[in-house]
Every structure is written in C-alpha cells, then in structure tokens.
Ligand binder design. Structure first.
Ligand code: NI
Length: 166
C-alpha cells in the first residue's frame, strides 16, 4: 500500500478538533500528497487529515476526480454561505452509509494554499457540498451529525459494530 490507512467511524481521530497548521513546511506538502493518494485509492472526492489519523487542519477536494485538479486547503474557514441544498452524501470514513444532508448551496471558503498564500474559493454545486463536508471533518464532525435525530440514532446503532483504522 502506497498511501496511509483510512480511519473509519467510530475511530477517535474523527472526533477531534484539528489543530491549525503553523508552518508551511515540507511536512504539510507530504500530508497533502498522502491525502490525495488515499482519496484516489478509495475513489473519494474529498479527504480531510483526521481521516488518515492526522490532527491538522488540511483537506483535499476534487469533485471532478481528474488528476491534477485537486484543491488543497490549509486552515480553512467558511466565511459566507447562501441558499439551501439537500444532497445525498457519503464519507470514506463511514463506508456503506449514505444519507441526504441539508447544507448551504453556495459558500465562500478562505484558507491558505500549500505555499502559505491566502486562498479564497467561491463554490456552489457539488464543490460547495464537499467543502462544507471537509470543514466539518476538521471540527470533528461527521455528516451523520447533521441528520434528523431519529435517523442519526439508527445510523449510530449500525456503526457500533465496526471500529477500525483499516
Ligand atoms: Ni467525509
């Protein structure tokens, strides 16, 4: 395997609030590379550092799944959100669970790129959903947290049987 293992729920790494990156060093570029490789290895369209057991605010996203067009965001903050969307989501850390999640339909994301330059992304459509989903990961939040109470209880009961960093 040429990429790090994926943490699946209820792994505790998925519930920690990630630390901000303080130095844009080689280590962060390696982490981004690891995230990209792991995302593709599992056919994902986004992946956040806690999902490979790394407690830092970095995620990658690529709804097109086209190599080379990955978005890497360090220390992201969602500044503005507009509209409403309800899209069926999944998560590499919650295999076999899919559910419709209510989110904003458009967002403005601010953060930093790998070189330490400010980055602003105005997104709508699928990218807006992915950005919100990945920002949630950095706060220790999973998409199932956003489901109505009863639906969430059912999903959590199914999850109780599985715990692994596969
Ligand atoms: Ni996810």
């Amino acid at each position: 395997m040429d990429h790090p293992a994926l943490c699946t729920a209820p792994h505790p790494a998925l519930r920690a609030v990630a630390r901000p990156v303080e130095a844009f060093a080689e280590e962060v570029r390696r982490l981004a590379h690891d995230l990209i490789e792991t995302m593709y290895a599992h056919d994902g369209i986004g992946l956040a550092a806690p999902q490979i057991g790394r407690d830092v605010q970095v995620f990658v996203a690529n709804p097109s799944q086209r190599r080379g067009s990955e978005l890497v965001v360090v220390n992201p903050v969602l500044r503005g959100s507009r509209g409403r969307a309800s899209v069926t989501e999944g998560c590499l850390s919650l295999p076999s669970i899919w559910a419709r999640v209510r989110r904003a339909s458009a967002v403005r994301l601010e953060g930093w790129d790998l070189a330490g330059k400010p980055l602003v992304v105005e997104a709508e459509g699928l990218l807006a959903i992915v950005l919100q989903h990945e920002c949630d990961h950095l706060q220790g939040r999973l998409f199932i947290d956003r489901l109505p109470w009863l639906q969430r209880r059912r999903v959590e009961a199914r999850l109780r049987d599985t715990a692994a960093c596969a």
